[in-house]
Design a protein around this ligand. Sequence first.
Ligand code: SF4
Length: 291
Amino acid sequence: MLESMRWDNLRLDDGPGSASASGDGGHRCRDDQEGRGRDGQGGQVPLFGRGAVMRTFDTPGFAGMTFYEVQAKSIVSRVPDASRMPFRWTINPYRGCQHACAYCFARNSHTYLDLDAGADFNSTVVVKVNAPELLRKKLASANWPGEHIAMGTNVDCYQRAEGRYGLMRGIIAALRDAANPFSILTKGTLVLRDLDLLLEAAQVTEVGLNVSAAFVDKALWRAIEPGAPAPERRIEACAALNDAGLRCGVLMGPNATASAAAPGRSAPPPRAGPVTPARPSPAAPQPPMSS
Ligand code: SF4
């Protein structure tokens, strides 16, 4: 049994901080309750005691979703030394993932928030709304070593929520301005929205991009990656990034699909199987993916 997981730094003592009451930014949304629990009582989930703002959106793409907007205390997390991951620093502006992959092995990190690793992981997403400003402060600090930062290592930074919150634009801009090397692993075609910033960043630092497309079978996609864009769209997004002059690879995981789709399996497997980088991007040290 592993003594240390790379998500250990995501436990609540390194988690969200004080209250946030951000507006809807012009989007059609409604604040159901602020700073109160799912049961409306408050205090039953640690996030609520930290003043998270609970928000739902009246748009079909967010049906059944609940977002908790928080002011994080920190945004750059150090990977535990015991981890074998080929990177030491990560950014995760979200926790929980609407892509809802059955095999996702980041699910357990949701239990650190006293949320469950099943339906809650898919439908209850924590949004660190101050991520860009926190990152700029971190990158400007005298003790920041300027090392590579990996994104998409716990949950997908280009999940659907990013289309509404737009945190990645601020994050990439901060990394570009600091010429700090970084990599992104995603299933989200939304990454193309930030092509302009990625190209600018690649002018001054190493930018590694990889798209996760474990398979192209449509039935499997709907069965075990129900919230993610279709695999062919992900591959097309990767091609578009390459056509634009960036280097993007595709990560595939046929063993993960085989185990997740095994007859009689009713619950997500605890871990994905090995992942084979078909054409890894050279500047992107990437983990066996959760994204
Ligand atoms: S595997 Fe990645 S994209 Fe799928 S649910 Fe997990 S974090 Fe999201």
